[in-house]
Each structure stands twice: as structure tokens, then as C-alpha cells.
Design a protein around this ligand. Sequence first.
Ligand SMILES: *Cc1c(COP(=O)(O)O)cnc(C)c1O
Length: 396
Amino acid sequence: MNKLAVDGGTPVRAKENFLVFGAPLIEEPEIEAVVRCMHRRWIGTGPQAHQFEEDFKQWKGSKHAIALNSCTAALHLSLLSCGVGPGCEVITSPMTFCATVNAIIHSGARPVLADCDRRTMNILPDEIENRISAKSKAILPVHFAGRCCDMQSIMTMAQQYDLLVIEDCAHAIESQYHDRNAGCFGDIGCFSFYVTKNIITGEGGMVITDDDRFSARIKVMALHGMSKNAWRRFSDEGYKHYQVIQAGFKYNMMDMQAVIGVHQLKRVWRYWEQRQRIWKQYNDAFADLPCILPPEPEPDTRHAYHLYTPLIDIEKSGKSRDWVLRALTAENIGVGVHYIPVHLHPFYRKTFGWEKGDFPNAEWIGERTLSLPLSAGLNDKDVNDVIEAFTRVLKG
Ligand SMILES: *Cc1c(COP(=O)(O)O)cnc(C)c1O
């Protein structure tokens, strides 16, 4: 067998051909649309952002969709719009990106973590129930890697304890659970179009909700707290005075971003099929390696296949996850880690007194998990290189 690149062997891919983790697929129609948008010289929020909202809400079957400049902004305004603030607690998973917890903190509420399942990596309903207190106001489930949380149990619990549900759907654009779309279970669903996500606008996010009041509040807060449709104030309808009715934020999506989303959304299923195919190829190729592979999607659900996250079997392989990361990087394969559990980061430890040992399942995953490239932008050779490199590294 060839020597591993980490030990001085020849890498699976040449250095100049490093496989960037999470590189998106960008096609001619959106490139042309961005250029057209620039020639029109209306690049800020306007008709294209409106179009993207219309397309998205029709696709999701929600009453409202509001395009914003990130999912972080979407989570922040969602929490504020339904009255989450100082004195409240919001329950979420430690197995998430820091943005989920930061949005809770910026709303003024206190984040409360509930451990996740080792297999699905999703928040456990029993753990949520254990953490409910008189201050609990909302549950913020994260559909990890595109696998839906146990929404039946979560929604039942939310009703029983009178809690709001805001879904972090950053991984879950295409996810379904029992014939319902992710983001349509709770009060509000939040999506991301960040460069590594399933469809992209560069930076970008979307809120969906069926609640008129939440939607109206989010629209105002997203643009400085100005009264409605302030973006129209420079249009050909003539100058319009606006009124500031609260101290808002600057969270609007530009037309230049939205035109990318309009075209990407048309290909959402094609991209999904491509990632599903790669996900299955990986699962077949890695079946005999000393790692724990992502389980099949649960019956009557659709997985969004956002991340492919094998867990290194440290005992069987005798290798640490961090060594595997180094070895794959040396093969010129880009990797990710989703995630080091939120509670282990220094800021949260210091602020909330969280410690190692608090969420054993998330920590168990956090020591073993890595993410291999999974994007509609990968060609057959890319996929074969990933398979070859991961196999070599885990066997070698
Ligand atoms: C990417 C991500 C976010 C943040 O999305 P942005 O659009 O980058 O703000 C939030 N939650 C999760 C789980 C994510 O993966």
C-alpha cells in the first residue's frame, strides 16, 4: 500500500488541486443574473429580494417568507419577534453552530442546552423536558446535517408546556418529516444560504412563518425599525417619507444576493439528488472501515444530506479524529468538523459555567466526528479521491 501523505507519501490529489470543503456549485444563469442586476444598478433590497421571498414561500407552503442577510439574523429576529428577551430561557442543542446560541444571547435570553442523541445527533426530547423551567419560553431545535429532529415529541411538549418553537433549518432546506416541510412545524423556521449550504446566495437567510404578527415585526426590525416597505423610498413611485417605529437592525438581503437564490432554488432538487447519490456512495465504500457511518434516514422522513459525518471509531482504528483530519488534509482533501459542542468553547464556559461532562453525548460525537466534502459541485473524480483518501487514512 502507498505511504500516506502525512508520512511523506504522494497525496491522493495534487496540492494545486486541493479539494475545498463545501465549495458550492455556481452556474451561468446566476452569474448572468448578478451581472444584469449590476447593469440595472439596483443592487440593494428590491424586487429581486421580493421575488426570492415569493418563490421560497410558495415552495415551502408557508404564509410568509422574509429574506435576510443571514440565518443568524433570521434566528435573532425570530426570537425577538415572538417576545423572547431578558428573563427568558431558550432550549437548544449543544451540537450546533455557535450562531444558534449567539442569537439567543443577543435576544437577551439565556441559552439552556439539552443533550443530543449519539446516533441522530439531534436534540433529545427527554433531555428538553428535563430542562424546562418556569422561565422557558422557546425550544430551538436544529435539524442536524439535514436529519429532522423528533418533531412529533417536540411539538407535543411545546403544546403541553406552552412553549414557542423556532426551527434552525440551516442544514435542512429540503428536509421533511411525516410529509411536512422542515421549518413549518414550529412558529418560525430559519434558513441559511451561506456559501457552504445546500443552496447559496453568498451570505443570506430566510425566515418563514404563518403568523402575520411575527412576519410584520421581523420586516420592520430587519430594516432599521422603519415602517413598512421603506426600501421603496427611492423607487420610481417617488420619494416616500418613512417613520422609525423602533430601534431596528440592518439585516436585509440585497437584490444582488437574491438573484443568485432565485436561480439556485430552481435546482434545489437536482442538487439534493446529487448529494444523496454521493452520500450513498460514501456509505457503501466505507462500510468496512473502523468508523460509524451516518444511519439511514428515518422512515417517512426526507434527509437533506447537508453534511456527511462519519464518526471515527477511536478504539478500533487506534486513531484520533484530529490525526485523521491532518492525514486527510495532507492528501489535499478539505474537511470540516461539525461540531465541537457549543458548551466547550471558552466564552460559554465562562459565561454560563458549562463544563466538560455536562453533555456527554455531544462530547462523544465532538471527539469523533468529521465532515467529508458533500456538495453538488463535486465531480466523479472528486468523490473517488475522497473515497480513496479516507479509506487509505483509516486503513493505513
Ligand atoms: C450555518 C449555520 C447557521 C448560521 O447561518 P448564517 O447564514 O451563516 O448566519 C446557523 N445554524 C446552523 C446550524 C448553521 O449550520
